[in-house]
Design a protein around this ligand. Structure first.
Ligand code: DGT
Ligand code: CA
Ligand code: CA
Length: 584
């Protein structure tokens, strides 16, 4: 069954093709809106279709035509009309759409006027100065197109984002477990280590008998596109969603050793084997052996203990110093979802959120949170209907009133204030002083050079009311590369001014990434894990940010939104003491 992401993708590609072909605006918009709604849904559309297709009618943005297409896709794995549409266009046009700032209108323009139908041809034409003659284009556009093409090539990857892989895996596991005889079934590999993307999925199964039947059943999954290998205890397939899945069947007595081995990382395993060797032991996927006798293997804990180590959480098995810590019993006590007490970045209907302030508060309370911060956009983000000082005052009043109704969750007054090109903020200090804190963020002028961008962000950090920088590098996964900046200078400015850096948990952002977070944590910078929710469902993305934080060795001390309400209130107390940083 297709995932919501896959359904959304096919709808939005249809919208693109229709637009290139010059279809009427309403038709294009219908596909695009439906794609956006489906992408953000938590219920699985394919489950709804399997249960009762009529339920699709209750989803506002799905009209009759789309209704039928979704059912066709869920039932047959394709949409005939979409395939026909796709065939009617040169395939390179769709690839050109993936170039930043190159929407359907521009694709249509260069195709109709110059016959350009691939990224390569576009690159050639731009470097030969042939684009500048087109309406609305100039020399600058050509430079921009060439840079975008370079970025596009950087973003091309065969790896799947973790969240997407998870959905595919859950469906597969649901199918695999229908066969009798399985004891344990566990994902391993980079998925278990919660890397932000995975190359392929690895699954381990234990059973006492019927290994052959399990392998057979695994390969008969209707979503399998191709069987790459099939043996007595292992199989590899490629799914229709273009991801490889490796299955291993092992005996229960070596499950721990196999989990350890197939979880990796390879670098961690190599170091572990060397350590075992030093102790005259042998570590393999079957167990730990001393004089050819198995001394451990059933559980991972047993395996680690046998070679003198504490059990190491999968997320930090990267040979970055964790083995030494496991030897000395000083492994960090990693942050986890249950330790999160609130979310410090979300939006409401005051700007581009889809739920009201009380609805967002109720959703957060339902998750067991003690507090949230309402941080709508500021006026520079016109597309989100950002707040002027006057409208922010209205929101502040609403929060005061809401607090008076004892909602059972504490509401911090915040703003996601835009950082202007020169590093000043979109709202002045007078209005910011009426808030508990401001989150500073960039939503424009992404193309500055590293020095300019670094200075811009550092200036924002030095504002007395700013306590956090949101999505610090601006990347959008698969769409936009991080802006250029000097990460170490941002980290030291944040440290000196006691300003938090955000791990934005949206699966489209995951920003900071793990290496930036690792450096920030080592420098002692406070870190917020926020969802940037625009709807109640958005709060559920917190776990993706937790993955990043755990991989970066973060503990409760490092994560601001695991602190108690009292501690947070006294930390926020504006204005903060500002430390001017030397930049150059
Ligand atoms: P991926 O799939 O590229 O995201 O990364 P992994 O870590 O899932 O790598 P994968 O699927 O090639 O292999 C799964 C695990 O198996 C890996 O994390 C460690 C183990 N492994 C694979 N090849 C080797 C190897 O050559 N030596 C050792 N010691 N372990 C290996
Ligand atoms: Ca893998
Ligand atoms: Ca693999």
């Amino acid at each position: 069954m297709p995932t919501n992401n896959e359904i959304a993708k096919i709808l939005s590609e249809t919208a693109d093709i229709l637009e290139i072909q010059g279809a009427i605006v309403f038709r294009v918009r219908a596909y695009r809106n439906a794609a956006r709604v489906i992408e953000n849904m938590t219920d699985k559309l394919s489950d709804i279709v399997a249960r009762n297709p009529d339920e699709l009618n209750s989803i506002r943005t799905i009209g009759k035509t789309l209704h039928d297409k979704i059912i066709e896709f869920c039932e047959t794995g394709k949409v005939e009309e979409f395939d026909k549409l796709k065939e009617s266009l040169p395939p390179g046009l769709l690839e050109m759409l993936k170039i930043q700032s190159f929407g359907p209108k521009r694709v249509k323009l260069v195709y109709n006027k110059l016959g350009i139908d691939s990224v390569n041809k576009l690159e050639e034409a731009a470097s030969e100065g042939k684009i500048r003659v087109l309406p609305g284009m100039g020399e600058k556009s050509e430079t921009k197109i060439l840079k975008s093409i370079r970025d596009f090539r950087t973003l091309q990857t065969d790896r799947k984002p973790w969240a997407e892989a998870e959905e595919i895996l859950q469906n597969y596991l649901g199918y695999i477990t229908k066969i009798d005889g399985i004891h344990h079934i566990q994902p391993a590999g980079s998925f278990r280590r919660c890397r932000e993307s995975v190359g392929d999925l690895d699954i381990l199964v234990t059973c006492n008998e019927n290994a052959g039947g399990i392998i057979q059943h695994f390969a008969e999954y209707p979503e399998v596109l191709e069987i790459l290998a099939q043996g007595e205890t292992k199989s590899s397939v490629v799914l229709k969603s273009k991801i490889q899945v490796d299955l291993r069947v092992v005996k229960p007595e070596s499950f721990g050793a196999a989990m350890q081995y197939f979880t990796g990382s390879k670098e961690h395993n190599v170091a572990l084997r060397a350590l075992a060797k030093d102790k005259n032991m042998k570590l393999s996927e079957y167990g730990v052996f001393q004089n050819d006798e198995s001394i451990a293997g059933k559980s991972e804990e047993e395996v680690y203990n046998a070679i003198g180590l504490d059990w190491i959480p999968p997320e930090i098995r990267e040979n970055r110093g964790e083995i030494e810590k496991a030897k000395n019993h000083t492994l960090p006590n990693l942050i986890s979802l249950d330790k999160i007490k609130g979310d410090l970045h979300c939006h409401t209907t005051h700007t581009d959120g889809s739920a009201s302030l009380p609805e967002m508060a109720a959703a957060a309370k339902k998750l067991g949170y003690e507090y949230i911060a309402i941080t709508d956009h500021s006026k520079a983000v016109t597309i989100a209907h950002g707040l002027s000082a006057e409208r922010l005052l209205d929101e502040i009043m609403e929060i005061d009133k809401f607090r008076g109704q004892n909602p059972g969750i504490y509401i911090f007054k915040g703003i996601e204030v835009d950082i202007m090109a020169d590093g000043s903020l979109d709202l002045d200090d007078e209005i910011l002083s009426k808030l508990d804190f401001a989150i500073a963020a960039i939503h424009s002028r992404f193309g500055m050079n590293s020095d300019e961008m670094t200075e811009r962000i550092v200036r924002a950090i030095q504002n007395p009311y700013v306590r956090c920088v949101a999505h610090p590098t601006g990347r959008l996964i698969g769409e936009r590369i991080p802006y250029e900046m000097d990460i170490s200078k941002i980290i030291s400015a944040a440290k000196e001014n006691d300003v938090a850096l955000e791990i934005n948990s949206s699966p489209h952002r995951l920003d900071m990434n793990e290496s930036f977070t690792f450096q920030a944590r080592e420098a002692g910078v406070p870190i917020c894990i926020n969802t940037d929710s625009h709807s109640p469902d958005g709060f559920l993305n917190m776990r993706y940010g937790i993955n990043i934080a755990r991989r970066a060795w973060c503990t409760e001390d490092n994560i601001v939104n695991s602190w108690s309400l009292g501690k947070l209130k006294s930390w926020f107390k504006p204005p903060k003491e500002v430390v001017q940083c030397e930049l150059f």
